[in-house]
Design a protein. Structure first.
Length: 461
């Protein structure tokens, strides 16, 4: 079987090509071909590529897309995942959506490129035949990988390192940070990716039913047990069992789980013999398990069994520099999913998104922007489209704080500018206002507003 091939289509000679090639060269058994012009018949490319990366930069208008042969690429390889790599400043990237599976915004790190390539090369060939809408729904697990903050990069590196190892992992973080997404991503990148991923909310299982839910029961094991039930461990065989809200398990249930993790065996209720299991355990907690161990609310031995590798998923407020990237990612995804023509987020709306505290983290940001895209009637998201009030009755105070912060920044700018211009013209208000292209009376009002004395600058050098 031929090695997978990545086609790099680079009609603008974008320098990012060299980073992509460097990234591919670090991956085993993956080849690439780079086309740096519009010449030639695309149908002559052989073998068929497994992934196409089109480096468009800031030229996403309709005419340029035709010029760069994007429709021809899509027609020549209709079942091949095609990504457009565009500059973050591009306001017309939604034009690519008719041809591309996704849009990748610069700047890019080597790890991001490797992950995108690994994601598609590792997938089965028949996955490419899925509709774009179905693909967009399923690829939401990539949300956890969006971001360039130190916290996001650290998270990417940890997940990449541990995914292929057959070890138990503990994910800790607040509600909405993406713990289940991280668990799904680890599963997908592991050798178990083609086997089941079974998610269990431990907080939703009553203590007396925990053993029955996990291990199942034989017919007649107890009153009303009219049929044999296999249980969730059986359902996850050879795959991954994700135990969410693990901290909510009572001590008695913790004992049963500990025994299963240690022995890799379980016994359905009413059955005399044990069953050997092959599942990978990934657990998640919203609360600090070490503190629960110290208070005697969580077994110390179970904690150590679960946390062979402990991954902390940071809250969104600790990675605010990622919010613009996440916001654009969600808007692009939902615009495609709901066939909306939303192309960008206005700067003022982006400032509101960045300033908000996000107690619900990534999930809350996603929900807010999903609603904004669905209800939008224009090609952009404005601050009026952001329905913060449905999340917080006191949002007016937060937005007032935002306005206050913006006013302070504006005031600081005005003071610095006025003082610089007055100094330049030795306190002459007429010359300063003319230079600033402001009406003299308006200029004087600004001076009075900030209590600046022009005479102070008459002899300033």
């Amino acid at each position: 079987m031929d090695d997978p091939l990545v086609l790099i289509f680079n009609p603008l000679n974008h320098p990012l090509k060299y980073l992509i090639i460097e990234s591919i060269n670090t991956l085993e058994s993956i080849k690439y071909i780079s086309i740096d012009s519009n010449d030639g018949d695309l149908n002559q490319i052989c073998p068929c590529p497994s992934l196409i990366l089109v480096l468009i930069g800031n030229y996403c208008d309709g005419e340029n897309l035709k010029k760069w042969k994007l429709p021809e690429l899509h027609e020549a390889f209709p079942l091949v995942p095609l990504y457009c790599v565009v500059d973050t400043s591009c306001k017309h990237c939604s034009n690519c959506q008719d041809y591309a599976w996704g849009i990748i915004h610069t700047p890019l790190k080597k790890e991001d490129i490797q992950f995108i390539i690994h994601w598609h090369i590792k997938s089965k060939r028949e996955d490419s035949t899925k509709s774009i809408k179905q693909y967009i729904k399923e690829k939401s697990i990539l949300d956890i990988f969006v971001g360039e903050s130190p916290a996001a990069i650290n998270l990417k590196n940890k997940i990449s390192k541990v995914a292929s190892l057959n070890i138990t992992i503990l994910l800790q973080g607040e509600t909405g940070t993406g713990k289940e997404l991280a668990a799904k991503l680890i599963h997908h990148l592991s050798d178990r990716s083609k086997e089941p991923f079974i998610a269990v909310n431990c907080g939703a299982i009553p203590n007396e039913l925990f053993e029955n839910e996990l291990f199942g029961h034989k017919r007649g094991a107890y009153t009303h047990a009219n049929t044999t039930e296999k249980g969730l461990v059986y359902a996850a065989e050879c795959g991954t069992l994700f135990l969410d809200e693990i901290e909510s398990l009572p001590i008695t249930s913790q004992v049963k789980l500990l025994r299963f993790i240690e022995d890799k065996k379980y016994k359905p209720l009413g059955q005399s013999s044990t069953i050997l299991s092959d599942v990978r355990i990934i657990a998640a907690a919203n609360r600090d398990l070490i503190k629960l161990v110290e208070r005697g609310e969580f077994r110390e031995d179970l904690f150590y069994r679960l946390s062979v590798v402990n991954i902390f998923i940071p809250p969104l407020r600790d990675r605010k520099e990622d919010i613009p990237l996440l916001a654009r990612h969600f808007v692009d995804r939902f615009a495609k999913l709901f066939s909306k023509k939303v192309e960008y987020i206005k700067p003022e709306a982006l400032m509101y998104l960045t300033y908000f505290s996000w107690p619900g983290n990534i999930r809350q940001l996603e929900n807010l922007l999903q609603e904004a895209v669905i209800l939008s009637d224009s090609n952009c998201i404005e601050k009026e489209n952001l329905n913060f009030r449905k999340y917080n009755d006191n949002i007016n105070n937060i937005l007032h704080s935002f306005e206050k912060a913006k006013k302070e920044i504006n005031d600081d700018f005005e003071i610095r500018y006025l003082e610089s211009v007055l100094k330049l013209f030795n306190g002459n208000v007429s010359k300063a206002s003319h230079f600033a292209k402001k009406d003299r009376r308006d200029f004087y009002r600004l001076i009075k507003k900030h209590k600046i004395e022009p005479n102070f600058f008459r002899f300033a050098k």
